[in-house]
Each structure stands twice: as structure tokens, then as C-alpha cells.
Design a protein around this ligand. Structure first.
Ligand code: CP3
Length: 344
């Protein structure tokens, strides 16, 4: 078989690809009418995640429409607490819910059966790889231990992760145990995704931005470094993207301290700073998702600024966080065409 060029993989290896490859966080989702149809037919959100056929279908939907350079496995970071029997469910319109965990329940966590519970996810990865165009990179993912822990402790999403921050100060030993359990389980899960056919994996630390300096080291850097070390010890060729949203100046050392091959940048990262970060290796990002909702000139200008600042180095074009349900699918066409140089 002729070697295929997977552009996102080339960037992950440090090459500059021009125009840059593109995919969007949350590219399979409610802004797409075909997603909403599949989602309605699936029943619950977790039923969708655990049905290999339906998860494959929704993963491929944005690829068919936009020919993105990467597909991301359709699943959720909260399948890990679900596998840990935390009674995870998704309440229409108000996000995820689960039983809030306490010290005793943390010490009693039993990670042994979790990978078996997640077997349908690995089946989806195999099916997606078999159906994807050869040139499309397939990304697996997991949540970073800190971000997953914020949901497990509060039992739901919170604006500032106050319950988990407080828990960390009050119960440092139990909290460290929780992060360690999540890190080791996540590493096993990422290895299983890679073995099933994922080309690379992304670790989502969506709530890294609320942490003080010492907590960022202990909760965001150390567990992600532990995951990456473990994955690379077992799969030396594996490539890892780490996205620590809101990490700001902490990003200066985040790549080196975690061992990530590429770092994801949110839209608050100044492009001048992003350019410095790119001197150490590939970066991914960082368009404000609201520019996609807006469309028009705001969308074009945001894209051009990123390409101007980062287009001469290793870049994977992406948003600075997930695309939102209010985004117009035609604006995504505008975005993809402009990044690919069709209307510049
Ligand atoms: O990127 C993709 O297209 C792949 C699929 C994906 C989903 N969630 C599907 C999803 C990925 C990579 C995630 C990651 C995820 N999940 C994160 C990290 C990234 C981020 O956006 O910060 C987090 C924090 C979660 C937890 C989560 N899942 C929340 C807070 C919610 C509810 C909020 C919302 O947008 O409704 C979910 C549900 C969820 N996960 C949906 C999708 C498409 C929407 C639910 C639905 O379709 O009913």
C-alpha cells in the first residue's frame, strides 16, 4: 500500500504544512442537523456514545460535510466516571449529572472493570478507522484528571470548579488518590484507543484555567505528565496533544513538563505568545468559537490573524474551544475554505 500523508500527523512530527490542516473541537455536535437526527434516534446521549454504529456515524458526519483533516472519536470525557459507576447521566438542557464523590468513595474506586465497560468505544474506533478516508487522521481522546475530577466532586458542571478546588485543600490525600486513579485509567484507555486504530490522542483539560500556580503543577501538569509518560512507555510512537484551556502563562513550560507533542491554545492566548510557544513545537488553535457563530468579517479577520502569526510554523488550525450549537454550518464552510486559501 502506498504511504498516505496524514497532515495532522506531519504537524505532530514537527513539520510545517501549508495551508495548515484543520479540524474543530466538538466538530460532531448539535450545530449539525444530521447530528441532531442521529442523537434523537439514539435515545440517551450515553446510548449514542456506546453504540459503535451510531458513534461511527456521527464521527463521520462532519468529515463528509467538510473533509476535515482529522476526525475525532465521538464519545465523552465522562465515560470514565460512568465506567467507575458514578451514575452519570446527561440532563437535556442542563449538562451532565452524577453522584458527587466523597473521600470514602474515592478510596473505594475500583478501576478494574472500566476498560471492559468501554469496549464499545474501542469497537467504534475500529469501525471509524475502517470507514475514514486514508488521508484523514483519527484522534482519540480523554479528559485530563483535573477536569474529570471537577465533575466527579461537584456532581455537575460549575462555573469556577469551586467544589473541587475546596476538596483539594481539605482532603489532599484523597484528592491525590483520585487524580492518580484517573491518570492511570486514562493512560490505559488511550493505549486501548491507539491499539484500536487512533493515530494520535488529545487530552482535554478544559478547566485548567481556574488553578493557582501550585495547584496547576499538582493537578494539571503532574497527572497529564503521568498519562503521557505511561502511554509513551508502552507505545513509543504515540503522539499526544494536550489542551489546557485558560492556562495562560503556565503554557510557557506546559509542553516540556508534560511531554506533550503539541499543545492546544484557547482564544485568550495572545498570538505573539503563541508564536513563542511554536518555537518549541507544534501548536493547535485558537479561533474564538463566537467568530464562527458571527460569521462574516469577524470570522475572516480572526482566521487571517492566526494564519498570519502562526502559518509559517507547525500549526493545526482549530478553534480555541468547542464549536457551539448556535454555529451556522455554512460559517464552518466559510472557515474551512478560507483556511485552505480558497477565498483569500
Ligand atoms: O469533539 C468532538 O466532536 C468529539 C466528541 C466530544 C464530546 N464531548 C461530545 C459531546 C468530546 C471531545 C467531548 C469532550 C468533553 N465533554 C469535554 C472537554 C472539551 C470541552 O468542550 O471542554 C467536557 C468538559 C465534556 C463534558 C460534557 N459533555 C459537558 C459539559 C456536556 C454538556 C454540555 C453541552 O455541550 O451540552 C457534554 C455533552 C456532550 N458531549 C455533547 C456532545 C456532542 C452534547 C450533548 C447532546 O448531544 O445531547
Amino acid at each position: 500500500m502506498a504511504a498516505v500523508r496524514r497532515k495532522v500527523m506531519e504537524v505532530l512530527e514537527g513539520s510545517t504544512v501549508s495551508p495548515p490542516p484543520i479540524w474543530l473541537m466538538r466538530q460532531a455536535g448539535r450545530y449539525l442537523p444530521e447530528y441532531r437526527r442521529t442523537r434523537a434516534a439514539a435515545g440517551s446521549f450515553l446510548d449514542l456514545c456506546y453504540s459503535p454504529d451510531l458513534a461511527t456515524e456521527v464521527t463521520l458526519q462532519p468529515i463528509r460535510r467538510y473533509a476535515f483533516d482529522a476526525a475525532i472519536l465521538f464519545s465523552d470525557i465522562l465515560v470514565i466516571p460512568d465506567g467507575l459507576k458514578r451514575n452519570v447521566h446527561f440532563v437535556e438542557g442542563s449538562g451532565p449529572r452524577m453522584d458527587p464523590i466523597d473521600e470514602d468513595a474515592i478510596m473505594a474506586l475500583a478501576p478494574e472493570g472500566v476498560l471492559g465497560h468501554l469496549a464499545p468505544v474501542m469497537q467504534a474506533v475500529r469501525q471509524i478507522r475502517a470507514e475514514l478516508p486514508a488521508e484523514t487522521t483519527l484522534l482519540g481522546f480523554c479528559g485530563a484528571p483535573w477536569t474529570v475530577a471537577t465533575y466527579m466532586i461537584a456532581g455537575h458542571g460549575t462555573p469556577d470548579q469551586a467544589p473541587a478546588r475546596l476538596f483539594g485543600y481539605r482532603h489532599p490525600k484523597a484528592f491525590a488518590h483520585l487524580l492518580a486513579v484517573l491518570a492511570d485509567l486514562s493512560a490505559d484507555y488511550l493505549v486501548a484507543q491507539i491499539d484500536a486504530g487512533a493515530d494520535a490522542v488529545q487530552i482535554f483539560d478544559s478547566w485548567a484555567g481556574v488553578l493557582g500556580e501550585a495547584e496547576f503543577e499538582a493537578y494539571a501538569v503532574a497527572p497529564v505528565a503521568r498519562i503521557i509518560r505511561s502511554v509513551k512507555a508502552r507505545r513509543p510512537q504515540a503522539k499526544v496533544i494536550a489542551f489546557a484551556k485558560g492556562a495562560g502563562l503556565q503554557l510557557a513550560t506546559y509542553r516540556q513538563k508534560t511531554g506533550a507533542d503539541m499543545i492546544g491554545l484557547d482564544w485568550s492566548v495572545p498570538l505573539s505568545f503563541a508564536k513563542d510557544l511554536q518555537k518549541d513545537g507544534p501548536v493547535q488553535g485558537n479561533l474564538d468559537p463566537m467568530r464562527v457563530v458571527s460569521g462574516g468579517k469577524a470570522l475572516d479577520e480572526g482566521i487571517d490573524a492566526i494564519l498570519e502569526a502562526l502559518g509559517q510554523g507547525p500549526l493545526v488550525f482549530n478553534l480555541g474551544h468547542g464549536i457551539t450549537p448556535a454555529a451556522d454550518p455554512d460559517h464552518v464552510t466559510q472557515l474551512v475554505d478560507r483556511v485552505r486559501g480558497m477565498h483569500r
